[in-house]
Design a protein around this ligand. Structure first.
Ligand code: XMP
Length: 326
């Protein structure tokens, strides 16, 4: 007899019993999953929880501000923000291979997280309570796709932010481990999180780092961030947010094509739009977006984003394509 109320009550009770007088930390990514997991644990243990938000420089426009303002306002959670952009970009320099990028990002998360954890322990030395638990917003499909659940082949190394720090000395609290995305949204709503957080489309932990096909650089990130913001603005303006599951915007950084703008020849990069509809991200279909919306996105991106002279639409389902390009 599944209800959101039951799930919350059950988890709150279980988490309280497990944590006792100890402390927990939780990595926030700006995504729905980590936000709902954090809010749930906050409900259970209040100020014994500290959230850590690692700004890895691979975030979308407005992401950091949303976590700093909206999430804290809704939950009253204790938040530690770590600006780690330089460190991540240094580590990613010269790397184009998708799995290598994912591993590097995961590894840097662990390091930044360990550092934050040490600081939290020091800051709370007065009460002598050990930081013994790590909260993660792992969902059921993450468990399955990372090969941890039912023996399915490992498709991609998923990193829920917090970075799956297996070698950290924490016990994991994963209150969403049995839930699908729509159930997580219902739980978040019940916990009083604002619509803008609960109804957000999924965004991968490694962020824009896995949406640049090729090496990740600051300039490329800035460019992609602009293109992504335009696509999101137009999809929202067209009222399509709830109809599509998510719409990755991908920069083909190593590809150039010839274009013409004004009287001049250009030789710029393509941006790929990857709108998909899905129930749980395990399979997906490409979304049939209205041509007018596609046209607006394409016109704006090619006009407003320097060095982009072509916008292409990905019409592949999953399988055979995955949702993200890397
Ligand atoms: P794929 O590309 O495997 O993506 O079809 C399935 C869903 O998972 C998201 N995704 C991630 N989420 N950490 C996350 O938290 C990750 O490393 C990661 N990689 C992919 C993707 O956006 C889609 O919703």
């Amino acid at each position: 007899n599944w209800t959101t109320g039951n799930v919350i009550d059950e988890q709150v009770e279980e988490i309280r019993a497990r944590v006792g007088t100890k402390r927990a930390i939780c990595g926030l990514s700006g995504g729905v999953d980590s936000a709902v997991a954090a809010a749930l644990v906050q409900r259970a243990i209040g100020s014994q929880l500290t959230c850590v938000y690692v700004d890895h420089g691979l975030m979308r426009k407005g992401e950091t501000e949303q976590v700093e303002k909206d999430f804290v306002a809704a939950t009253g959670v204790q938040l530690k923000v770590v600006d780690a952009a330089d460190r991540f970009l240094d580590a990613l320099a010269g790397v184009s291979d998708p799995e290598q990028k994912r591993k590097i990002i995961g590894r840097e998360f662990i390091r930044v997280f360990e550092q934050a954890q040490a600081e939290i322990v020091a800051e709370n030395a007065a009460d002598g309570a050990d930081v013994a638990f790590l909260v993660q917003g792992t969902l059921y499909p993450d468990v399955v796709e990372s090969g941890g659940g039912t023996g399915t082949a490992n498709i991609k190394s998923h990193h829920n932010v917090g970075g799956l720090p297996e070698d950290l000395e924490f016990e994991l609290i994963e209150p969403l481990r049995k839930l699908f995305k729509d159930e997580v949204r219902a739980v978040g709503q019940e916990l009083g999180l604002p619509e803008e957080i609960v109804q957000r489309q999924p965004f991968p932990g490694p962020g824009l780092g896995i949406r640049i096909v090729g090496e990740v650089t600051r300039e490329r990130l800035d460019l992609l961030r602009e293109a992504d913001a335009i696509a999101r603005e137009e999809l929202t303006a067209a009222g399509l947010d709830r109809q599509i599951w998510q719409c990755p915007v991908v920069l083909l950084a190593d590809v150039r094509s010839v274009g013409v703008q004004g009287d001049g020849r250009t030789y710029g990069h393509p941006i790929v739009l990857r709108p998909v509809s899905s129930e749980d991200a395990m399979t997906a279909d490409w979304s049939r977006l209205p041509y007018e919306t596609l046209e607006r996105i394409s016109t704006r991106i090619t006009n407003e984003v320097a060095d982009v002279n072509r916008v292409v639409l990905d019409v592949t389902s999953k399988p055979p394509g995955t949702i993200e390009w890397e």
